[in-house]
Design a protein around this ligand. Structure first.
Ligand code: DI6
Ligand code: FE
Length: 406
């Protein structure tokens, strides 16, 4: 008896992103079958099993990729930091502005003052920009509340976005993002975070992971370690903003706590890459922040590549260091600014981004994976990262549900 399925996507080339055979795990003249929100077949058309599909979609020789994954964003926030952009271009540095009470803290003030529906509407508009480009999974951090109530509000907004839009959202609690003005002492803030904020967030079930900003203008390694230990007590995996502006050793610390990812890492010492290679931790590259802040220090790409550390690429979408709502632009920047190959960059916004979020059923086209798929009218996968704002998907399937585009 032939098996029934919900949809058959035929007359397509597949960039499966599996690490077999051709670059990009490519399959020419392929087909994908979807049932119950999952892929039940992805491979050569010639080997397609006998299926009775409810819908057949002719992909007209286009390319199917996994739905794109933005594994590091701060897209829930209120306010606007264009004024700081002007200050920076008049000579102030990002760190000067932060130390003068601007920077992250100015967004904290605006976010605390915004109610849940204002925050939701602003975040939804930014998220739609990502979804238009074929993103089907996004990570969203808190960290502009820095008090229990506002952190919970940000995380609720992030979860609500996933209720109302065709996207999977993974939420991350980033209470250790900056020192709020009512706490002159960062040790006392970290104690409050561990004894009050984190328990409230964990008990509400609103976070999938816990993040820190390990930096001179953020928190020390000892303080980050306290946060990691507390996260472990709630069974939450950790990740870290580390080695973005200086090298404090946050990446090695995060690996000791089996972090899902270490993010930024421009100042990571190549000698410390071994710690990443020996763990399952993903290196998340954020070229948008490097670009927007005009940084010069490049992440140790050659060492990461030599030691086969998985590299992901994300937008870091936030108002201060990366006001960039385009994952394909970030993927282009990873090639142009950091020297990733187009294949590495596309893996960075698909399979490796899934790993950075602890998702083992997304980011590839393979039987058993979630049916998160984008269809592109392109000649080859590299087209997606070669041009800027050249391409939009013709159709996107998110957990099997199709959204056709023009
Ligand atoms: N590193 C960053 O680049 C962002 N957060 C962080 O820890 C900046 C966030 C902001 O400036 O609002
Ligand atoms: Fe960030």
């Amino acid at each position: 008896m032939p098996q029934t399925c919900d949809a058959l996507l035929e007359n397509a080339n597949l960039a499966t992103m599996l690490r077999v055979g051709q670059p990009y795990g490519a399959v020419h003249d392929g087909a994908v079958a979807i049932a119950g929100g999952s892929i039940i077949y992805a491979g050569p058309r010639a080997d397609l099993p006998d299926l009775v599909p409810a819908v057949v979609h002719n992909c007209q020789g286009g390319w199917l990729t996994p739905g794109l994954i933005d594994c590091h964003t701060h897209l829930v926030f209120a306010g606007n930091r264009a004024g700081e952009f002007e200050q920076r271009l008049n000579g102030a540095s990002y760190e000067d502005i932060a130390r003068a009470g601007g920077g992250i803290i100015s967004t904290v003030k605006a976010t605390r003052a915004a109610d849940e529906s204002e925050l939701y509407d602003a975040a939804r508009a930014r998220l739609l920009r990502l979804l238009e480009e074929g993103v089907t999974t996004v990570e969203i951090k808190s960290g502009y509340g820095l008090d229990t109530q506002t952190e919970l509000r940000m995380l609720r907004v992030a979860r609500q976005l996933a209720q109302e839009l065709p996207v999977t959202v993974k939420t991350t609690f980033l209470g250790a993002h900056a020192l709020p003005p009512e706490f002159p002492d960062s040790d006392r803030y970290i104690d409050y975070l561990c004894s009050d904020m984190l328990p409230a967030v964990a008990e509400a079930g609103l976070a999938d992971a816990v993040d820190v900003f390990c930096e001179g203008i953020g928190f020390s390694t000892a303080q980050c370690e306290k946060v990691f230990t507390a996260a472990g007590q709630y069974g939450l995996p950790v990740k870290g903003h580390v080695e973005q502006l200086s090298n404090l050793g946050g990446a090695v610390l995060a690996c000791r706590y089996n972090a899902l990812s270490v993010d930024h890492i421009e100042y990571l010492d190549p000698a410390d890459v071994a710690a990443l290679a020996q763990s399952a931790t993903v290196a998340v590259l954020l070229p948008g922040a490097f670009y927007f802040l005009g940084e010069k220090q490049l992440p140790p790409i050659a060492a990461l590549r030599e030691q086969a550390v998985p590299m992901a690429v994300a937008t870091d979408l936030n108002p201060g260091s990366s006001p960039i709502a385009s994952l394909l632009f970030a993927a282009n920047q990873a090639c142009v600014l950091f020297g990733l190959t187009p294949e590495e960059s596309l893996r960075g916004i698909s399979c490796n981004a899934a790993s950075a979020l602890g998702l083992n059923n997304k980011g590839v086209l393979q039987a058993g994976a979630d049916a998160d798929i984008a269809l592109w009218h392109i000649d080859q996968p590299a087209d997606l990262v070669y041009g800027v704002n050249f391409h939009r998907p013709q159709a996107v399937w998110q957990e099997g549900k199709c959204d056709y585009r023009s």
